[in-house]
Design a protein around this ligand. Structure first.
Ligand SMILES: [Mg+2]
Length: 389
């Protein structure tokens, strides 16, 4: 079997009202899907992250820089292909969009292997379980969303069956907060308001639901420590990306001094860098994004590294149905799986582009597809609807 062609699909889903995290405003959602075609008619689908930039630049890297290197290759040779993609572009991008581009191709290759062998991906990768507990990923800031509204939103997820929910914190004017240089930096909350929101959510969801907060790497060490101690009083389960991704010592200080688990960092890439995060004891829960950190080939290494350090592996997953399926397969393949991130914001790229979008069951779990590969049945009419290019 040989790879014959690579094609990118740039999808965009507009929001009626923008949502905000600690640093960024999202007026739309975007997903860069990657098709890898073979001479046997099997086509694998992957996704490359494009947070913080246009999809077109990553698509350019995929189609014009990387694709020519894999045409004619055997798609089963993922490790060899990965090194060929990475090291030939090493001087060009030892991270960043080059690694996002590799991730998209790599996920598609694993989908091809699953289809060709007639095996669901999670079984190819280890087959540990067929379902995992999900958390509702929402609780974004919005200009019209006050304390009462956010508490209602999170309570709604619990009513829908979720046993764990995540909300945003960190949109504050604190020392070194990168929000200072972002557009829309007039829209902020005080630390007291953030705490009031988290407390209101805890009150609304009750004591038995896991509550996660996400600071998007916005805080300095002192702010994160101060807030972490307050979150402990509210029985927060996990604090995601509390400090700058590169500030391993501050993250380690939190690991040692806060009861809540410290999770991260979706903004980190590659096994080599996660090795440092793990060795420095800077996280309790290891959260690479499959479409960002280097694909399945790289993230299974990261999952194994987390395992040998007795840490949970819980990939960041906040995009289309393709990444959601890939992340679920990866979680179901490993013995140290944490929670599945299940985005609850309106998003046609998650709900509409596949014939059977994933759902939680009455226990708050999501079951993995038993179909070959990623097990996705794409709806190309809907893909057409959201296609930018
Ligand atoms: Mg996050």
């Amino acid at each position: 079997m040989r790879i014959t062609a690579v094609k990118c699909l740039q999808l965009k889903f507009p929001y009626e009202q923008p949502i905000y995290d600690a640093l960024f405003k999202a007026g739309h959602r975007q997903a860069l899907l990657v098709e890898v075609h073979t001479d046997e008619g099997i086509c694998g689908i992957g996704e490359a992250a494009s947070f913080g930039g246009p999809m077109s630049s990553t698509a350019e890297v995929i189609e014009n820089e990387l694709a020519p290197r894999i045409i004619g290759e055997d798609p089963f040779c993922v490790e060899r292909i990965w090194r060929k993609l990475y090291y030939r572009s090493w001087q060009h991008g030892r991270g960043g969009i080059v690694v996002c581009a590799i991730s998209g191709l790599d996920i598609a290759l694993w989908d091809i292997i699953g289809q060709k062998t007639n095996t669901p991906l999670y079984k190819l990768l280890g087959g540990y379980t067929d379902k995992v507990t999900a958390y509702a990923s929402g609780g974004f800031y919005r200009r019209d969303k006050g304390t009462k509204q956010i508490a209602q939103e999170m309570k709604l997820y619990v009513e829908q069956g979720f046993k764990a929910v995540k909300m945003k914190v960190g949109r504050n004017k604190t020392a070194m907060n990168p929000l200072e240089v972002m557009p829309d930096n007039d829209f902020t909350y005080s630390l007291a308001e953030d705490l009031e929101r988290v407390a209101a959510v805890r009150e609304a969801i009750g004591p038995d639901i896991k509550l996660l907060v996400d600071a998007n790497a916005a805080w300095d060490q002192q702010t994160a420590l101060k807030m972490g101690k307050e979150f402990d009083k509210l029985d927060v389960y996990l604090i995601e990306e509390p400090v700058c991704t590169d500030n391993h010592s501050a993250s380690n200080l939190l690991v040692r001094n806060i009861m809540a688990k410290i999770g991260g960092y979706e903004t980190e890439q590659l096994s080599f860098n996660f090795d440092q995060l793990i060795k420095n004891e800077s996280v309790d829960v290891v959260q690479p994004d499959l479409s960002w950190a280097g694909g399945i080939t790289e993230c299974r290494k990261i999952a194994n590294m987390a395992y040998v350090s007795h840490k949970e592996f819980a990939p960041h997953c906040f995009s289309s149905a393709v990444l959601l399926a890939a992340s679920l397969h990866m979680l179901c393949a490993v013995p140290n799986a944490g929670l599945l991130e299940f985005d609850r914001n309106p998003n046609g790229l998650r709900e509409e582009i596949v014939k059977k979008p994933l759902r939680i069951d009455e226990e708050g779990c999501v079951s993995v597809s038993q179909e070959p590969g990623l097990g996705l049945e794409l709806d190309y009419d809907k893909i057409e609807k959201y296609l930018e290019k």
